[in-house]
Structures are given as C-alpha cells and as structure tokens.
Design a protein around this ligand. Structure first.
Ligand SMILES: C[S@@+](CC[C@H](N)C(=O)[O-])C[C@H]1O[C@@H](n2cnc3c(N)ncnc32)[C@H](O)[C@@H]1O
Length: 218
C-alpha cells in the first residue's frame, strides 16, 4: 500500500532522537556494510558529487566521508536532518524527496541509499529508481540496501515511541528487474543473513547498479 511521503517523514520526526541514538555508528558492527562501502568508495575514486539519499541521522554519510568521499545527505524528515547536522556538523545535509529529486539530469557521480526504499510501495520503488537514474552521471554508481522478503511489517511502536508506519520487504527478482527496466546495467545484488543481536533479524541485500555510458558511434 502506498504511504504518503510527508506522512512517513512526520513519523520519522517522532523517532528522530531515538533513531539517531540507535543507529549512529552501526556500520562498526556490520562487516558486510563495511565491505560494500569500501568497495563503493574505491569505485567512485575522486568522482563527485556523491549523495546519501534517505540518509537518516547520517551514519552512512559519515562512514563514506571518513573514507575520503565528498558526500552530502538528503532526507525528507526535518527532525532526522536536525539530528544528522547535530552529530555531523562537518557534513552538508538537505531536505529532499527521493521520489521527486531537485537535481539536474546527469549531475551526480554516486548515490547510496541504505534502507531508504523500505517505506515505498513497488510503484514508488519504480519512481525512485527512475529519478536516481535520471540524476546520475553516465557511469554513475548506485548502491542501496533493502530487507529481502515479500512481507509488509506494520509498526505501532518503534524505538519506544507510538508510530504508524509500514516497512516493505522486496524480493531480489523484483529489485533486479526494476533496476534493469529503468536502464541500469552491471547490476549485482549481494544477499546476507542477519547479524543476530545486532539488528532486526531479516535477510538483507546490497545492490550495486551502474548508469550506462552511452558511446556515440562514429
Ligand atoms: C529506514 S530509514 C534509513 C535511514 C538511514 N539511511 C539508515 O540506514 O539508517 C529511512 C529514511 O528514509 C527517509 N525517507 C523516507 N521516504 C523518503 C523520501 N521519499 N525521500 C527522502 N527520504 C525519505 C526517512 O525519513 C528515513 O530517514
């Protein structure tokens, strides 16, 4: 079911402090996160700009910044952005909607989006991938994560706060075909088991995809 993006942002406003306290520094406990972020950083090299879409309190933004990437964060929740700016004053964070990005075509070298699509219905995932494809430079890299499955989990309480939000899981077949249909190439999806005691126990996936470089024929 489609959730209105501004309603999702309002729900994140309610848990912003708790979300930041829980997830700041989380990559330290997740070796596969570290591996893919190091790989992303190597593949991006000196290209810029790089954006973290649906950045939350900025833990992934910060991880990549520490690897030497010139990166900024974008999120729709004002309060999450306040937390991100408080914790990482050296990083630029701005408000924006992944489903309607205020960036010119072909302008961004790399996009990361960790669990940023978890509140999207399938048709919104299509829109998000179309938007991200549009703003990426040819050769640009898209790295994102999702929970693997077919279920939708409804939460009335999250991190100790009353909330009303759905978390959507996706099959890798759906994500793969959606990326392909939106024009991405070199799609690689890495699946892993959950880290018990560290995170919600769902299977996770990391997806790498590239916007093709169109070569003009002579
Ligand atoms: C599950 S959290 C992930 C946050 C962070 N990337 C992480 O890994 O913890 C989802 C984030 O996406 C943001 N978000 C949801 N819908 C969005 C949209 N349409 N545009 C931008 N951000 C959105 C939420 O405000 C929230 O911060």
């Amino acid at each position: 079911m489609i959730q209105n993006p501004s309603k999702v942002a309002n729900e994140y406003d309610l848990v912003a402090e708790e979300y930041a306290a829980t997830f700041t520094g989380e990559h330290e406990k997740k070796p596969k996160d570290q591996e893919v972020l190091h790989r992303f950083s190597k593949e991006i090299g000196g290209r810029r700009p790089v954006w973290d879409f649906g950045c939350g309190p900025g833990q992934t933004t910060k991880y990549l910044k520490d690897l030497g990437i010139e990166i900024s964060g974008l999120d729709l929740s004002e309060k999450i952005l306040e937390e991100a700016r408080k914790i990482h004053p050296e990083i630029h964070f701005r408000k924006g909607n992944i489903l309607d990005l205020e960036f010119e075509n072909d302008t961004i070298a790399g996009v990361v989006a960790f669990y940023a699509i978890v509140h999207f219905a399938e048709e919104q995932v299509v829109t998000a991938f179309r938007e991200i494809f549009r703003v990426l430079q040819p050769g640009g890299i898209f790295l994102f994560t999702y929970h693997i499955g077919e279920e939708t989990i409804h939460l009335d309480v999250f991190l100790g706060k009353k909330i009303n939000i759905d978390f959507m899981f996706f099959t890798t077949d759906f994500i793969f075909s959606c990326l392909k249909e939106n024009g991405f190439e070199k799609i690689e999806i890495i699946e892993r088991e959950p880290y018990p005691g560290v995170e919600y126990e769902s299977r996770r996936a990391y997806a790498f995809a590239i916007k093709p470089v169109v070569r003009k024929s002579l």
